[in-house]
Write a protein that binds this ligand. Structure first.
Ligand code: GLN
Length: 284
């Protein structure tokens, strides 16, 4: 072919320009992430090696990835995976893409050091699998109301070799009363009227995002369900969104976790509410 193969630097510049033109927030980064993966290299090499050329098959695959991204499909769905803590998770449109701020719930698990964990609304399995990965003595029961999400989570558990310690169940809560050392949940908490970026609103599963008029309906329902089922745990950690800290903390206090704490994420937004109940007989 006259002119030889496409230069990586040119392909990146063109993709970055077209991403910018449609208003994608991180055009250069997205182009680099897509090309690095497809070219089987890393971003540093792409940036440093000005003369890097692309095999025709890579150039074609990159054009297709760029076309998908221009329709605002998230990079993680195009690549089919996303890193979370120390693990890599398969993701597709059946599950919410794991967010960095959700790692705060895994950090809570490390502080508590639980053996028996319940995760409600596991999606890709990110929280349950990261907890199992980082706490080798833990066992996790993880639920989801979406069977499509559970298929993804189960595939992730198998791939990561964590299937023996993570048990997935369809539904909001596991059947029957049970005691856990820790309950974790990243439930849908986006207020129904909130506008979302196209990557989220047009691509990610609605059922994993929206939580009623003020965003806290699903959290409230699940807390009622936990009480009604007789599920117990001394500590609970819930992911929440902007401005929901005090409201959800009050719900936790009313649901039997009298000590509450709201944790902020790196952007200073209410992100996790922790509820603790004293052990019966200790200082009841
Ligand atoms: N953090 C997600 C977002 O704002 C929402 C996740 C959720 O509702 N659990 O896009």
């Amino acid at each position: 072919m006259p002119g030889g193969e496409a230069r990586a630097a040119d392909a990146l510049a063109a993709a970055t320009d077209s991403f910018s033109a449609v208003g994608i927030e991180t055009p250069r980064l997205d182009a680099e992430l897509l090309l690095a993966e497809l070219a089987g290299t890393d971003r540093a090499t792409l940036i440093v090696d000005r003369d890097l050329t692309l095999e025709p098959s890579v150039a074609r695959a990159f054009s297709e990835a760029v076309r998908r991204r221009l329709r605002r499909e998230p990079v993680a769905y195009i690549l089919g995976s996303r890193g979370f803590r120390h693990i890599e998770l398969l993701v597709d449109r059946r599950v919410l893409i794991p967010r960095p701020e959700t790692e705060m719930l895994v950090e809570l698990a490390l502080e508590v050091g639980p053996t028996e964990v319940l995760e409600i609304g596991t999606g890709s399995g990110a929280i349950a699998l990261a907890v199992a990965d980082e706490l080798p003595d833990s066992r996790v029961v993880a639920t989801d109301v979406s069977d499509g999400a559970l298929e993804v989570a189960i595939a992730n558990a198998r791939r990561l070799g964590l299937g023996e310690r993570v048990e997935f169940r369809l539904g909001s809560l596991p059947e029957g009363s049970a005691r856990f050392d820790l309950i974790l949940a990243n439930l849908p908490y986006v207020p129904d009227s909130d506008g979302l970026p196209p990557e989220v609103g047009q691509w990610e599963p609605e059922g994993a995002l929206f939580g009623g008029p003020d965003g806290t309906d699903v959290i409230a329902e699940v807390l009622v369900g936990i009480g009604a089922a007789g599920i117990e745990a001394p500590v609970i950690g819930l992911e929440i969104g902007q401005g929901q800290g005090e409201r959800v903390a009050a719900m936790l206090r009313a649901s039997g976790w009298p000590e509450t704490e709201v944790r902020l994420d790196l952007a200073g937004i209410d992100r996790v509410v922790v509820g603790r109940r004293s052990r019966p007989g200790v200082d009841a």
